[in-house]
Design a protein. Structure first.
Ligand SMILES: NC(=O)C1=CN([C@@H]2O[C@H](COP(=O)(O)OP(=O)(O)OC[C@H]3O[C@@H](n4cnc5c(N)ncnc54)[C@H](OP(=O)(O)O)[C@@H]3O)[C@@H](O)[C@H]2O)C=CC1
Ligand SMILES: O=C(CO)[C@H](O)[C@H](O)COP(=O)(O)O
Ligand SMILES: [Zn+2]
Length: 341
C-alpha cells in the first residue's frame, strides 16, 4: 500500500516522501490521529544535537508520542476504527534480564527509525495497546511520556530501600508533573516535595505535600529518595542539589536528557552510599500498566488535562512547522498535533 511519510531532512525542514506498506507482512496498520511533541523531537527539529548525530539520524519522521485508528489488522485482534496507542520502542529480541527499552538492539521511533508523522504506520501487533474511547484523545496522545514516568516509578519501587517517608522530584515541567501525579497515586503515604524554578508551574502541583523554589531550598529539607526530571545543562544543579538533600543510602532516579556529560559530586555519592539509576523510554508492560492506572485512578486524567497545551490542526507541512514553532514558544504543557485531518 502506498504510504506518505513526512520526514525532517534538516533542521526546521520537513519533506514528503513515499514508501510501501506490505499488507502481507502480518503487521497492523494504524492511521495516526493525535501526535504529541517531545523535547527529543525538538532537539532534532531545532538542530541542537551535534552535527554528526543529525547527519546519522536525518532524514527521519519525528514523533514517538501518539495514537491512531486501526485501518487494517490481519491478526483479527482489533476492529477497523479501534483507537490504539502506538508504542515507539521496537525490540528485535527478548532478554530475561535486560528490559526491551534498554536492549541496544532495539529500535526507537523518531530516534533513527521513522516516527509517527506518517499517513499510516505499520507496526507489529504487540506495538499497540487499546485505549478506552472514554479517555480524551488529546490526553491519551502523550501516554508514551506517561509510561516513561510509570516505568521509572516501577523501577524505583524495585531498587529503593523500604524507608519512603519523603521523596523529592526536581523539575516542574511536564515530566516532573506526570511523575508526581503517578508517584502520589502509587505511594499516597509518602511526603512528596516538588523542586522547580517557576512559582506559577509549582502552584500547579496542588496534590504534592510541598513545593520549593530551587533557589530557596530549606537547609533542613531531607528526602529519602529523589527523581531528576530536568535534563539539559540545568540537570547538573538539580542532581547536585539532590545529592545535598538526600539521606544516606537514598536512591536517585535520573530521567533528564543531557547532550553532554554532567559533573556530579561523586565524593558525596560515596560518603552517603547513594544508589543512582537512569531511566529511559518504556516497554509494552509500562504502557499496559499506564492504561490500567488510567482506569484505576480516573482523577489522574483530570490532572493530566492540566498539561494539555496547544492543539494544532495539521493539514500541510506549513502546519507541521507551525506546531513545532508553537511548542517552542509555549510556557508549559504538551503540544498536540491533530493529524490526518
Ligand atoms: N528519560 C526519558 O525517557 C525521557 C526524558 N525526557 C527528558 O526529561 C527532561 C524534562 O522533560 P520535560 O518535563 O518535557 O521538559 P520541561 O521543560 O517541561 O521541564 C523541565 C522543567 O525543569 C525546570 N528546571 C530548569 N532548571 C531546573 C533546576 N535546576 N531544578 C529544577 N527544575 C529546573 C524547567 O524550568 P524552565 O523551563 O523555566 O527552565 C522546566 O519547567 C528533558 O531533558 C527531556 O528530554 C523526556 C521524556 C522521556
Ligand atoms: O523522549 C524520550 C522518550 O520519550 C527519550 O529521551 C528519547 O527517545 C531519546 O532519544 P534520542 O537519543 O534520539 O534523543
Ligand atoms: Zn519523548
Amino acid at each position: 500500500m502506498l504510504n506518505t511519510v513526512y520526514r525532517l531532512v534538516a533542521p526546521r525542514r520537513f519533506e514528503v516522501e513515499f514508501n510501501d506498506i506490505d499488507l502481507h507482512a502480518g503487521q497492523i496498520v494504524v492511521r495516526p490521529t493525535h501526535l504529541s511533541i517531545c523535547h527529543a523531537d525538538q532537539r532534532y527539529y531545532q538542530g541542537v544535537r551535534p552535527a554528526e548525530v543529525l547527519k546519522e539520524k536525518l532524514p527521519m519522521a519525528l514523533i514517538h508520542e501518539g495514537l491512531g485508528e486501526v485501518l487494517y489488522d490481519p491478526t483479527g485482534t482489533y476492529q477497523c476504527g479501534d483507537t490504539v496507542i502506538m508504542i515507539p520502542n521496537t525490540p528485535c529480541e527478548k532478554d530475561e534480564v535486560i528490559a526491551e527499552n534498554y536492549l541496544r538492539s532495539s529500535k526507537f521511533r523518531a530516534s533513527g527509525f521513522d516516527g509517527f508523522m506518517q499517513e499510516h504506520v505499520a507496526l507489529d501487533i504487540d506495538r499497540v495497546v487499546p485505549v478506552d474511547d472514554s479517555i480524551d484523545k488529546v490526553i491519551a496522545a502523550f501516554t508514551e511520556l506517561v509510561s516513561v514516568s510509570v516505568h521509572a516509578i516501577r523501577r524505583f519501587d524495585s531498587i529503593a530501600h523500604k524507608r519512603r517517608k519523603a521523596v523529592g522530584i526536581w523539575g516542574d515541567g511536564n515530566l516532573g508533573y506526570i511523575t508526581a501525579i503517578f508517584f502520589k497515586a502509587m505511594f499516597p503515604n509518602t511526603k512528596l516535595y516538588i523542586l522547580g524554578v517557576d512559582q506559577e508551574k509549582l502552584s500547579g502541583f496542588s496534590f504534592a505535600d510541598d513545593t520549593f523554589s530551587v533557589s530557596d531550598i530549606p537547609d533542613d529539607l531531607y528526602i529519602d529518595h529523589a527523581f531528576e526530571c530536568v535534563g539539559g545543562a540545568a540537570s547538573q544543579q538539580a542532581i547536585n542539589q539532590i545529592i545535598d538533600h538526600i539521606q544516606p543510602e537514598g536512591t536517585i532516579s535520573i530521567l533528564g536528557v543531557s547532550e553532554y556529560p554532567v559533573p556530579i559530586n561523586t565524593r558525596m555519592v560515596l560518603e552517603k552510599g547513594l544508589r543512582i539509576f537512569g531511566s529511559s523510554r518504556s516497554g509494552r508492560e509500562d504502557f499496559l500498566k499506564t492504561v490500567e492506572l488510567y482506569k484505576e485512578h480516573p482523577e489522574i486524567i483530570g490532572y493530566l488535562r492540566n498539561i494539555v497545551g496547544a492543539q494544532v490542526e495539521v493539514r500541510s507541512i506549513e502546519d507541521m512547522n507551525k506546531a513545532f514553532e508553537t511548542d517552542i514558544h509555549k510556557s508549559m504543557g504538551k503540544t498536540i498535533m491533530l493529524w490526518n485531518k
